[in-house]
Ligand binder design. Structure first.
Ligand SMILES: [Zn+2]
Length: 273
């Protein structure tokens, strides 16, 4: 019997993907770092210059982090694009969409000195033209606003859904179910903005989820791009009755008859008795 595993032989993966690059991310990243978890932060490079801010109806001030702050804060986490100016895409032309995507990608690549491979759509509008533009810009994945509410990894990387929005009433039960699930390549990914943790007074709840997840030895914290690159590599595996062959450029892990096996790129293992 063969079961696919995540890197280092871990059965499950965990990620948080948080939007907008705001002041409350300082506390949020501290929490991730405390529990050795990995986040993906989706930033608008065009809103970092002018100290853009607004006041939530609860009175909580939501303020964008300036350029000088983001570089050190998000160290060790993934940075992805969230458009240049957090634009609403409905009725925008291809040229306007391309500018919002490519300018943000270019600015973030310059600022962080690395390739920006991921994109998260602002607001909840997404259509075929936007999907086409994310591919044309070279993004490896595009996260949309819908939830999966399941642990099943997806195959449509340009309509990628996180598991659950952090204000969804399903959050707590999903977190519990994730600890006990034995689904193959189970993935739990929480999406949100950290100012909600202030407005909804949710810091303790999110910390208890992080604490529980980080205490499980079979869960690997990963960024979104690490998860997607790994799932793409898994698609390049040949399974026969006699062997498993890894045609990808990554080492891949499997549980074979109860034993954890690592298969290097271009290598195969025989399935003996
Ligand atoms: Zn946003």
């Amino acid at each position: 019997m063969v079961k696919k595993l995540y890197p280092f032989g871990k059965a499950k993966a965990f990620n948080v993907t948080y939007d907008d690059g705001i002041l409350q991310d300082v506390r949020f990243v501290e929490l991730l770092n405390k529990y050795n978890l990995k986040g993906t932060f989706n930033l608008n490079s065009g809103l970092m210059e002018n100290e853009f801010e607004w006041t939530h109806e609860s009175g909580v001030v939501v303020k964008r982090l300036p350029k000088e702050k983001v570089l050190s804060l998000y160290k060790g986490h993934e940075i992805a694009s969230h458009t240049l100016t957090h634009t609403y895409f409905q009725d925008k032309s291809e040229a306007e969409i391309m500018t919002e995507l490519s300018e943000d990608k270019k600015n973030l690549e310059k600022l962080f000195n690395r390739e920006i491979k991921g994109f998260a759509v602002p607001f909840d509008y997404y259509d075929d033209l936007i999907e086409y533009c994310t591919k044309k810009c070279g993004f490896e994945y595009a996260r949309i606003s819908e939830e999966t509410l399941s642990f099943k990894p997806q195959t449509d990387y340009h309509r990628w859904k996180a598991t659950v929005f952090h204000l969804d009433v399903a959050l707590e039960n999903l977190a519990k179910d994730f600890i006990s699930t034995d689904e193959e390549l189970a993935l739990f990914q929480i999406v949100g903005h950290s100012y909600d943790l202030d407005t909804e007074n949710m810091w303790d709840e999110i910390e208890s989820i992080f604490k529980e997840i980080s205490s499980q030895s079979d869960i690997l914290p990963m960024t979104t791009i690490e998860i997607i690159d790994y799932l793409k590599a898994m698609e390049q595996v040949e399974f026969t009755n006699s062997h498993i062959k890894n045609y990808s450029e990554k080492a891949l892990w499997f549980l074979v008859n109860g034993n954890v096996c690592e298969i290097d790129p271009e290598c195969k293992i025989a399935l003996g008795k």
